[in-house]
Each structure stands twice: as structure tokens, then as C-alpha cells.
Design a binder for this molecule. Structure first.
Ligand code: UT7
Length: 332
């Protein structure tokens, strides 16, 4: 039991994920754009990705991941105080996908909203929820990272369409004494580099009009080489900052869960943090880049594998559009 003035934190008590059934292989992409399996594997590490069904939206994928996380935590949705959904592919602009998910789950007591921080969204949402739970405003929360990137992908643009996939991951977060659960967090942004990865259409700058649709503004645009320059350095800085905050070093880390953007970025981060490859959770070969969903899906797979033991120290590190980057360090 905690004393009245004891500082509190938050811990992950349930983990779940969902990936759509349909697999799109590199050979299928070879029939769609001017690319090769060899180029995609060498440059990115991706062999296949999952694609949502035409009638599946973010809340549908998020619902499946949320159910799995709640089951893992043995928690009734009615006990949730808060639902935060991180996504850049919400069902629609209004209402928030968090609210749609709240209704699907029957989480009648919960407040719900969305967070938009691209590939770092899950880390940003978890960081914010950890503070709210620690302060005591919230006791039990659900954090979901979900993307249906296939619906904002330009399937004629070989520079982007080979990268992205769909999926969702979720965690249940509950109060715990400080020193347990989440031990360190870090978030940073650089809006001056926003045009390295952006989706110009569909908002108030370029609303949906015939002209904007003809210019394909409804699809995500990316300057991959520009992003690459910042990715490794930002992720390493973020990871080190959380470790310093917790008074720990990379030698204490059991698992690294990096955002799955490119196997070469993952390898660069691993090397600079001086970790072994078997400490790094990698699923980019099977799942592709699912933006904000990539870390919670990888966490879900690690948990399911049985390799994640109580007491293990896990560092999750993200980097993406915005630019945004961040990290969460926790003990299982
Ligand atoms: O998740 C959010 C954060 N995202 C990232 O951090 C992504 C970071 N960037 C990357 O992962 C890499 O930049 C990519 C995988 C996106 C691209 O790899 P790259 O080694 O940077 O390739 P590039 O864009 O410099 O392109 C090299 C060449 C170009 O041809 P030229 O101009 O040298 O003749 C491209 O046109 O490869 C060509 N290319 C392709 N060729 C075959 C680009 N895409 C393809 C393709 N198939 N799909």
C-alpha cells in the first residue's frame, strides 16, 4: 500500500495487438510499381506487410488490440477512466477515434481523445498517460497506437508504398509506486522539418476538393533520405535521456523496442546503444512500417513469445513525422 504522500507512477498491466489478415508481399508490389523484392529487402528489410480490409477503419483495428490488452490485464472496460488513441489515420476527423473506440468497448466511465504525433504517437500518448496516472487524475487507462496507412498511401509512388502497413497495439496502464513500471520518458519535436513527412490534403489548409484530389494531396508524401539523417541520432538521444532520468545505463537494458521504419535505422540505433541483436525486437520484415502502431505491436509480439519476464527492463524508442521523437523506459 502506498502512503498518502508517496509519489506514484504508472505501469503496463496488459498488452495486446492486432494485425489484419491480408498479407501483401514484395512480389505483389513488383506488379504494381517499378520496384524489386531485392531493392525493398536491401534498402528497408521489409518482405511483407499487412493490409486492412476495405471496410476496416482505425477503430476496428484498435478495438481488436484493446480487447486483447484488456483481457491480458484481466480488466473490464467499464473500469477504464481514460482512453487515448494515437493515430494519423483516424476513422474521421470528428469525433475522435478514441470516442468511437470507447463506445465499441462499452467503456462508459472513460474520457477519450486522440493524439497526433505520427510514428511517435504511442510514445507521446503513453508519456502523457503516465503523468496523469502518476498525479492521480486517472487510475486505469488504455493507450492504443493504430494506423490504417494503406488508405493514405499513394499506391503509384514507389518511394512510399513499399514501406507502409496496417495494424494496432494497445496497453492498459495502472497506478503503481514510483520506482516500478515506467521509469523514464522523453519527448521532443522539430516542426521546422515537417515537410519531410506530411499529408497535405484533407485538413483546413487543403480541404477535400476536386482540384486537390487531382493533385493527389490526400496521400502521404515523404523525403526518405532527409528523414534518415535524423532518425538514428534522435532515437539514440531519446533512449539515452530516459536512461539518465532513471539513473540506469544501456548495460541494464534487456530489450530495445525501436520504431520499425527501416532495418538499417534499427541496426544503427542498436550499434550506438551497444546492444546485441537478440535484445532488439524486430518485426519490420513481416509487418512493415505501421507508424504509431509499430512499437505496441512489437511489444505485443514480445509479450506473446514468453521471452519478456517480470523485472525485465525495456526501452521503447520512436521517431517520425513532425518531426517527433521520444522514448519510454519501463520495468515489466
Ligand atoms: O516512419 C517514419 C520515419 N521514417 C523514416 O525514418 C524513413 C527513413 N528513410 C528510409 O528508410 C529510406 O530513406 C528509404 C527506405 C525510404 C529509401 O531508401 P534510400 O536508401 O534513402 O533510397 P533513396 O530514396 O535515396 O533512393 C535511392 C534510389 C533512387 O534512385 P536514383 O535517384 O538514385 O536513380 C530512387 O528513385 O532508389 C530509387 N528508389 C527505388 N528503386 C526501386 C526509390 N524507391 C524505390 C523502390 N524500388 N521502391
Amino acid at each position: 500500500m502506498s502512503g498518502k504522500n508517496e509519489k506514484m507512477s504508472a505501469k503496463i498491466t496488459g498488452i495486446g495487438y492486432y494485425i489484419p489478415e491480408r498479407i501483401m508481399t514484395n512480389s505483389e508490389l513488383e506488379t504494381m510499381v517499378d520496384t524489386t523484392d531485392e531493392w525493398i529487402v536491401t534498402r528497408t528489410g521489409i518482405r511483407e506487410r499487412r493490409i486492412a480490409a476495405p471496410d476496416q477503419a482505425a477503430s476496428d483495428l484498435g478495438f481488436e488490440a484493446a480487447k486483447a490488452a484488456l483481457k491480458n490485464a484481466d480488466l473490464d472496460p467499464k473500469e477504464l477512466d481514460l482512453i487515448v488513441v494515437a493515430t494519423v489515420t483516424p476513422d474521421m476527423a470528428l469525433p475522435a477515434t478514441g470516442c468511437i473506440l470507447q463506445d465499441k468497448l462499452g467503456a462508459t466511465k472513460a474520457a477519450a481523445f486522440d493524439v497526433s504525433a505520427a510514428c511517435s504517437g504511442f510514445i507521446y500518448a503513453l508519456t502523457m498517460v503516465q503523468s496523469m496516472v502518476g498525479i492521480g487524475h486517472v487510475k486505469k487507462a488504455l493507450v492504443v497506437g493504430v494506423e490504417v496507412l494503406s488508405k493514405i498511401t499513394d499506391w503509384e509512388d514507389r518511394k512510399t508504398c513499399i514501406l507502409f502497413g496496417d495494424g494496432a497495439g494497445a496497453v492498459v496502464v495502472e497506478r503503481c509506486p514510483q520506482g516500478e513500471g515506467i521509469l523514464g520518458t522523453f519527448m521532443q519535436s522539430d516542426g521546422s522539418l515537417g515537410e519531410l513527412l506530411y499529408l497535405p490534403g484533407g485538413g483546413s489548409r487543403n480541404p477535400i476538393t476536386k482540384e486537390n484530389l487531382e493533385q493527389r494531396l490526400q496521400y502521404v508524401k515523404m523525403k526518405g533520405d532527409g528523414l534518415f539523417k535524423y532518425a538514428v541520432r534522435s532515437m539514440v538521444d531519446a533512449a539515452k535521456s530516459t536512461l539518465v532520468e532513471a539513473g540506469l545505463t544501456t548495460k541494464d537494458v534487456d530489450f530495445l523496442i525501436p520504431h520499425q521504419a527501416n532495418i538499417r535505422i534499427i541496426e544503427g540505433v542498436r550499434k550506438r546503444l551497444k546492444l546485441d541483436m537478440d535484445q532488439v525486437v524486430v518485426n519490420i520484415d513481416r509487418i512493415g512500417n505501421t507508424s504509431t502502431a509499430s512499437i505496441p505491436i512489437a511489444l505485443g509480439e514480445l509479450n506473446e513469445s514468453g521471452n519478456l519476464k517480470k523485472g525485465d527492463l525495456v526501452i521503447m524508442v520512436a521517431f517520425g513525422g513532425g518531426l517527433t521523437w521520444g522514448s519510454v523506459l519501463f520495468r515489466r
